[in-house]
Ligand binder design. Structure first.
Ligand SMILES: Cc1ncc(COP(=O)(O)O)c(C=O)c1O
Length: 392
């Protein structure tokens, strides 16, 4: 495989189907699938339609092969890895496999992803357990984060700690290896929500030492949507229950979890082409480019909004390709207001951005990707201040 073929950044946008009239600055939300990967998926679909029964007969082997490939990319034990549709599904599988009971609790931080919290709440409602949230200050150091989360654990009662590796509303890297070690000492199982990790950061899942780790390949690893990997520590594997029982029930983990009846499994089979794209462009080069652009965006848009460098949240690592900055007081302070704003920004400023409401205020989230240019952030910086003034 060729690592780092020198394709000029100017040409790379042609490798995506993105609307050229829009600055697409929120890759973290839904990813963007390179054309080469779309084609690979379509080839698998075409092939499947030539003889669907034969295609489904061969699928278990092809899925197993793909799973080994993706697990090795992520440094996860292939025996403990299961392909799942997305991080939300992976978290639901873990939560429903725990055997929660009345009096138990699931602990999350206030940086968690909303749908994962809803999943935990539903499982707790069903079982009589409770959800508790620990607040982690945005400017806490890694040691402070670890100490805050560790102190919130109640051994014997906390049956699961869910912690993000890269948080969604705050775009922050959490010291998940240190947190997992502290939780292990207290015999509290840990689920790492690593939705944004595959592709954005080099990772060795097994070295983190969590009981469960789940990450999307359809965000930063260029896989078709519907591709995530759930990694489960050995002592849990027999206890992991799929969401739906299928013909693979007797096969054991991981096929039992992966197989969910007659579904479209083509995203998984095309996912290795996403890794091929990443490696062909040069994973290190892509990561450096993306992180530099996200930091640039945070700086120029922040300056345009009158923010000093000290007011720009530190992502906890310069390697993150996703940054946030505070919006003026009163803007997007509620979930509903934050949800409405991106559509207006897209319509009026031709830019796709993330807007989050977190800790009582609104935040703008900007990402960097291979198809982005500095000029796109410059243009947003020029136009956003007047747009935001018009909201008040
Ligand atoms: C931290 C985090 N967890 C979970 C998810 C859910 O991902 P999916 O919708 O692919 O399940 C996201 C999506 O953005 C996320 O940012």
């Amino acid at each position: 495989m060729v690592e780092g073929v020198d394709v000029g950044w100017d040409r790379i946008r042609e490798g995506f189907s993105l609307d050229p009239a829009i600055a697409y600055l929120n890759h973290g939300a839904r990813g963007a699938v390179p054309v080469a990967v779309q084609r690979a998926q379509q080839r698998v679909r075409d092939e499947g339609e030539t003889n669907p029964i034969r295609y489904f007969r061969d699928l278990p082997d092809r899925i197993a092969h793909t799973r080994r490939h993706l697990a090795s990319f992520l440094g996860a034990d292939p025996e403990g890895a299961a392909l799942v549709g997305n991080t939300t599904i992976g978290a639901a599988i873990v939560l429903q496999s725990l055997g929660l009971r009345s009096g138990d609790e699931v602990l999350l931080t206030d940086h968690r992803y909303g749908a994962i919290a809803f999943t935990a709440e539903r499982e707790c409602r069903r079982t009589g357990a409770t959800v508790r949230t620990v607040g982690v200050p945005l400017d806490a150091s890694d040691d402070e984060v670890t100490a805050t989360v560790t102190q919130a654990l109640r051994p014997g009662r906390t049956r699961l700690l869910i912690v993000d590796q890269i948080s969604s509303p705050t775009a922050r890297l959490f010291p998940v290896d240190k947190i997992a070690a502290a939780a292990r000492e207290r015999e509290v199982p840990v689920l790492v929500d690593a939705a944004h990790v595959p592709g954005m950061l080099p990772v060795s899942v097994d070295a983190i030492g969590a009981d469960f780790w789940v990450g999307n390949l359809h965000k930063w690893a260029y896989a078709p949507r519907g591709t995530a990997l759930l990694s489960v520590a050995p002592h849990w594997r027999d206890r992991i229950d799929p969401l739906a029982i299928s013909w693979e029930q007797g096969t054991g983990y991981p096929a039992r979890v992966e197989w969910q009846g007659t579904l479209d499994y083509t995203p998984w089979l095309a996912a290795p082409t996403g890794l091929f794209v990443l490696r062909t462009l040069g994973a290190d080069r892509v990561r450096a480019h993306n992180a530099e652009l996200a930091a640039y965006g945070q700086r120029v848009v922040g300056a345009a909004l009158g923010l000093t460098p000290e007011e720009l949240p530190d992502p906890g690592s310069p390697e993150l390709a996703m940054r946030i900055l505070p919006l003026p007081a009163g803007v997007a302070t509620t979930f509903e207001a934050a949800e409405r704003l991106p559509e207006r920004i897209e319509r009026e400023l031709s830019a796709v951005v993330g807007v989050m409401s977190w800790s009582g205020r609104g935040w703008l989230r900007l990402c960097g990707q291979v198809y982005n240019r500095r000029e796109e952030y410059d243009r947003l910086a020029e136009r956003l201040p007047a747009f935001l003034r018009g909201l008040r």
